[in-house]
Design a protein around this ligand. Structure first.
Ligand SMILES: CO[C@H](O)CCc1ccc(O)cc1
Length: 115
């Protein structure tokens, strides 16, 4: 017999997907530029150009602190990583290509894990 889905169930269910997806992104071979916040003192122009920095360790912290209310807010932060990367890096650069590769991987995986 199918259990009625409460809002809490859906959130828990969604958050399990977030944990699975985040672990896979952190383990991806192209993840190294995205694992920790960009060092804005070391990278000229970054602070001025990128209004909302985001990285995988910050997402991990927010997930641990229960700051994602649903799958959508989690996906928005992951996409922010890739959008920032596209804004700051040439498509034809090592980090630029890595960002595109990670976004393709993420899009494929979360559609596979969809509700
Ligand atoms: C996620 O990485 C950021 O887009 C910064 C990439 C970058 C850092 C230093 C450089 O000399 C060039 C690009």
């Amino acid at each position: 017999v199918k259990k009625a889905k409460t809002a809490k169930d859906s959130n828990t269910h969604g958050l399990t997907k977030c944990r699975v997806l985040l672990a896979e992104l952190e383990a991806h071979p192209d993840a190294w530029p995205f694992l920790t916040p960009v060092n804005q003192k070391a990278v000229p122009g970054y602070r001025k150009v990128i209004k909302k920095p985001m990285d995988l360790s910050t997402i991990r912290e927010k997930l641990t602190n229960n700051q994602y209310l649903n799958l959508e807010t989690f996906i928005a932060d992951v996409n922010l990583i890739f959008d920032n990367c596209e804004k700051f890096n040439e498509d034809d650069s090592e980090i630029g290509r890595g960002g595109h590769s990670m976004r393709r991987f993420f899009d494929k995986r979360w559609t596979e894990l969809l509700d």
